[in-house]
Design a protein around this ligand. Sequence first.
Ligand SMILES: NC(=O)c1ccc[n+]([C@@H]2O[C@H](COP(=O)([O-])OP(=O)(O)OC[C@H]3O[C@@H](n4cnc5c(N)ncnc54)[C@H](O)[C@@H]3O)[C@@H](O)[C@H]2O)c1
Length: 246
Amino acid sequence: MARFDGKICLVTGAARGIGAAIATAFAQEGATVILTDQHADEVASLAGALGQTGIEQDVACEAGWIALVDGIDRRHGRLDIVVANAGYGWQKPVTEIDLADWRALIAVNLDGVFLAMKHGIPLMRRSGGGSIVAMSSMYGSVGAPDTAAYCASKGGVTMLTKAVALECAERGDNIRVNSIHPGYVMTPSVREVLTPDQVDALRMQHPVKRLADPAEIARATLFLASEDASFMTGAELHVDGGFTAR
Ligand SMILES: NC(=O)c1ccc[n+]([C@@H]2O[C@H](COP(=O)([O-])OP(=O)(O)OC[C@H]3O[C@@H](n4cnc5c(N)ncnc54)[C@H](O)[C@@H]3O)[C@@H](O)[C@H]2O)c1
């Protein structure tokens, strides 16, 4: 029997990068996976290859969350695992950030995780419990120059996770809520945006002198979602090659 046999698992931002690796790993370990992403064609294509369901979603849209969870309820009648992964970042000095750009980033990186919890938890409660993994970052625990918006959003995810973990624990929901904090991960978008010299500089910032592979973040995510992490809730799991250990 596979580790996630019979589990209904939702992964946001699943068309590419870390989310794609997470969705693939869950599917390989027996879960029924609902992959969502703003890129409809890409998510449908990956989901099709995995024999799973791909759905277009903007995680910042509350109406979309209501329709998505309602659809999962009608089709599967339960929801066991939510990985709130969708997010993005850019760098700019704080004095140069447009308010509209700040709000757009917070809407995806923080509102998107809040909405996942707000609308996922009621169905998870009716399913008898479950596990939520929120995608934070090492920059949800430590700061970095020119990264104010991203750090604020990911720091928000870190504390949102702890607050909701306590809420679920106190209610006896049997829902564990944890955040995961990758260092830099060698995703296609990192490869596209950064020059080889920039990638080398990033490597050297990590004590292990390399970037993560998306599969390494996926393995840690599956651990948090699994019964192996049954006594973990409200935790920050750093998967950052030692970046925040200094
Ligand atoms: N790559 C890294 O180095 C790194 C490090 C730490 C944390 N993270 C976090 O991991 C998560 C995934 O990052 P990634 O590197 O795989 O990025 P990526 O750009 O490769 O993939 C992100 C996916 O999220 C989707 N997405 C973005 N906005 C969305 C929205 N509004 N609604 C639905 N989908 C949306 C994108 O279409 C894309 O498919 C993000 O939350 C990111 O902040 C990444």
